[in-house]
Ligand binder design. Sequence first.
Ligand code: SF4
Length: 294
Amino acid sequence: MAEKYSLQHWIQKAQDEHTSLYVIGLQHQIQAMEITAEDLLSKMLTALKVMEESIQTGLIGNRSKGGLVGGDALRIQNYFHSQPERSVAGPVLNRAITFALAVGEANACMGRIVAAPTAGASGVLPGVLFALAEAKGFSREELVPPLIVAGMIGMVIADRASLSGASGGCQAECGSAAAMAAGAIVSLLHGSPEQVGDAAAIAMKNMLGLVCDPVAGLVEVPCVKRNAGAAAQAIVAAEMALAGVKSVIPVDEVIDAMGAVGKCMHSSLKETAQGGLAASPTGLAWTAQLGQST
Ligand code: SF4
């Protein structure tokens, strides 16, 4: 059996070669995909363009198909612009929440998004990346290396555990997105490879056990707001890692634990809309109203 991907292995390789995780990831991906570095970078720039456009789509404020979500990203943006002194989050976190919600709402309205790692969790990475770009003046080109690092983290999670709510619960979707985004933030702010691993581990640990319980089986409630929560977890984890806080449990072991927790999770909590919030009285009322059976 082929050896599983290991983030710790790539971190060690980057340290041994006195380089960044981005460089290790770039080398790995151009070999695996059999494309040139230029082609890979161009694909990443295209993905970032689509991410940025999906933020704008969400900020129009349309209601979703199911009617459960829509307009909250715009609501937060208007609040922050009109009353910045009342914001408890501050500019980076407020904008990350706004953008994460916007992409989640765009997805719920069938808008074009980048499923990184999945459509349900597609708001987290654009949320943190474009909030930091806005706050610190990073260009779209400067967001490419952190996106590649996020991709490395996602590959390891997919190989060792799962990225799917149906097989691992929301910890595998929004939890993985938080881990990817946390690592991406550290990469963007030139943290060390080890700090990328610590950030990913801390973010994943803080999302461990999260169930998948979409009301009426739609990727609307609680999905959209969970993207904002996961973006916040990513920022918290990255801040800790950049300050030198370590994860006691190594990142690969955290990912393995997430996979094991997912296997233990009851099927009612894995995208079947049979448990959790989907089975709450209000969740069931919405299901009945939307004419779907649980
Ligand atoms: S609750 Fe389920 S469907 Fe919704 S984002 Fe999480 S994993 Fe995806």
